[in-house]
Design a protein around this ligand. Structure first.
Ligand SMILES: *Cc1c(COP(=O)(O)O)cnc(C)c1O
Length: 412
């Protein structure tokens, strides 16, 4: 008889987004004329930059030309893309990262989960709370946790709260942890990490032989020039950090799929016999065995992000979303709500008013304003009492939604 991976049975059955959909559908059925605006989902809305589209169109033509046709590409990605990334995203910011330390993939979400393939099951793992659920669920699936409690916290994981009380910084734990997930600018809170904060984490990781998984999916949204875009801007990070990046949010590739993972050749972790093993070798082996690369066409599209036109167009896209974020911050503040984030990230993290729970505020916004957001409690116990509003939307939707919220909350 075939058996299953029982760890899957520990998963809290994808509660957040299905529950949002259930409540929105029920409301829409009862109120078929209500013009609902969705500011809940972390997906982009604006079209791909023209530079990327032109590059992909040309790449399709290459595929129709026998002399330029491409079959399987390198599992690690084409050298021209890895070199463009190394130069523009890392070396230009003073980071010592070589092209062959960059692995192209079809998504950061996938890589955040896949990376666990090369780590043991005996590691102590720390995540922030609230957190991008992928980090937690992939550890549950890999058997790295115990069962969940009533609050949805899994046994064996170390939760690091990030809330207004600690200024949305992930505090260094007093205990020793081996793997640490950090995401800055943060999804869902929109919080950022300063160089000093990341330096403290790097120093901790080096002192404890820990590895930091640094998710920089939102680095392009940083507007404050003093903030680091990459963990490798921090001294010592080459010895303790893996960085995940994606073209999803900066260039609108959520449906096109291209991302990258940086594994420095200087990174090591312990084998069972106590010896130090290079993580680059393991990840390279893992990718060569289980992955066959990203489509040539898509990689050409990603490469165009670094052309002068592509750079300018991506900048314009980011500015558009960040203007949305400014409008959201301004209007919600004027309506008397306390807001965080939205300055260096496309998410505004709202404190629910009058002690409402995250779901109570969700229902209030839906029924009174026809606006859908994301309850903070869905990202972790410490997200209770908060609410995420996404800046990924059309200007008209953002303005209309904010007008409705302003009207509703000012009357109170
Ligand atoms: C959107 C997002 C990503 C990007 O995932 P892809 O699979 O590359 O689309 C990664 N991390 C976080 C926290 C995100 O919100």
């Amino acid at each position: 008889m075939a058996t299953i991976n029982n760890n899957y049975l520990k998963l809290k059955a994808g509660y957040l987004f299905p529950e949002i959909a259930r409540r929105v559908n029920a409301f829409a059925q009862a109120n078929p004329d209500a013009p609902i605006i969705r500011l809940g989902i972390g997906d982009v809305t604006e079209p791909l930059p023209v530079a990327c589209r032109t590059a992909m169109t040309n790449a399709i033509e290459d595929m129709g030309d026998r002399s330029k046709f491409k079959g399987y590409g390198p599992e690690q990605g084409y050298a021209w893309l890895r070199e463009a990334i190394a130069k523009h995203d890392f070396q230009a910011r003073g980071c010592t990262i070589d092209a062959d330390e960059i692995f192209i993939s079809d998504g950061s979400k996938c890589d955040c989960g896949n990376i666990l393939d090369i780590f043991g099951h005996d590691n102590t793992i720390a995540v922030t709370d609230p957190v991008y659920p992928v980090y937690v669920d992939t550890n549950v699936m890999a058997g790295n946790t115990g069962d969940a409690n009533d609050k949805g916290e899994y046994g064996g994981l170390v939760y690091l709260p990030i809330t207004a009380e600690n200024d949305f910084t992930a505090q260094i734990p007093s205990q020793k942890v081996d793997l640490i997930y950090l995401c800055f600018p943060n999804n869902p809170t929109g919080a950022t990490a300063t160089k000093a904060h990341l330096q403290a984490w790097v120093d901790y990781a080096k002192a404890n032989g820990s590895i930091i998984f640094f998710d920089a999916a939102y680095e392009a949204f940083i507007t404050d020039p003093s903030l680091p875009h990459s963990i490798y801007e921090i001294d010592g990070a080459r010895d303790c950090a893996i960085e995940f990046r994606s073209f999803s949010k900066n260039a609108g590739f959520t449906g096109t799929r291209c991302a990258l993972t940086v594994v420095p050749k200087t990174l090591t972790a312990k084998a069972a016999d106590g010896s130090d093993v290079e993580l680059w070798k393991l990840w390279n082996r893992r990718q060569s065995t289980k992955f066959n690369g990203v489509s040539y066409i898509v990689q050409r599209g990603a490469e165009a992000v670094y052309s002068p036109e592509g750079t300018a167009q991506v900048k314009e896209l980011i500015s558009f979303y960040m203007e949305n974020a400014q409008i959201i911050r301004k209007e919600l503040t004027a309506a008397g709500l306390q807001v965080f984030g939205g300055i260096n990230a496309p998410y505004v993290w709202v404190k629910t008013p009058n002690g409402l729970s995250s779901w109570e505020f969700f229902d209030k916004l839906l029924t009174n304003c026809f606006v859908v957001g994301t309850p903070g409690s869905g990202f972790g116990a410490a997200g209770e009492g908060y609410f995420r509003i996404s800046a990924f939307n059309s200007r008209a939707n953002v303005e209309t939604a904010m007008q409705r919220i302003a009207d509703k909350f000012k009357i109170q």
